[in-house]
Design a protein. Structure first.
Length: 162
């Protein structure tokens, strides 16, 4: 199972890197939710370094479909020319959830490099918490929470899907 989930996430990263957004959306469960909580610099190490309420992103599958349709349209001037993006996914930690549905909690580390000339490439790192389920024999990404490693991320960092 571990190898299948790792292959699934590497394939998912490849689809994002190559701009194959329709194929990437096919990997998402209908109830998929993509969340990016706001990082906080707290002095108390017992408190979470991420806000419980504020989020940079809280996007459903249907919202992401609209976002990618806009990028493909003639109206996304900020996306012309398209940026080059590379995902590096590592440190796979996979835990079966049990229950009636075959589901897995998957934690990974990710580094995303986004480059568009003449700008300097932007590197962002994060921890991801995914929930992957098997539906009709196929693995699907049911949810993703991204914990950014930057307290004040740039627009370029927030513009990519981690």
């Amino acid at each position: 199972m571990r190898a299948e989930i790792e292959d699934f996430l590497v394939h998912e990263a490849d689809l994002l890197d190559s701009g194959r957004y329709a194929d990437w959306l096919d990997l998402l469960h209908e109830d998929f939710l993509y969340r990016v909580p706001v990082p906080l610099a707290r002095e108390d190490p017992t408190q979470s370094p991420y806000d419980d309420v504020l989020e940079f992103a809280n996007e459903s599958k249907s919202f992401l479909e609209m976002r990618f349709r806009r990028i493909a349209s003639d109206f996304a001037w900020a996306e012309r020319p398209a940026a080059m993006v590379r995902h590096f996914v590592s440190n796979f930690r996979i835990t079966p959830e049990g229950g009636d549905v075959e589901a897995y909690a998957v934690r990974t580390n990710v580094m995303v490099v986004r480059a568009r000339l003449p700008e300097v490439p932007v590197i962002a790192t994060a921890g991801r918490h995914d929930r992957i389920v098997r539906q009709d024999g196929v693995l699907l990404l049911a949810s993703r929470v991204v914990h950014l490693d930057a307290e004040v991320p740039t627009e370029s960092q927030l513009g990519v899907i981690f």
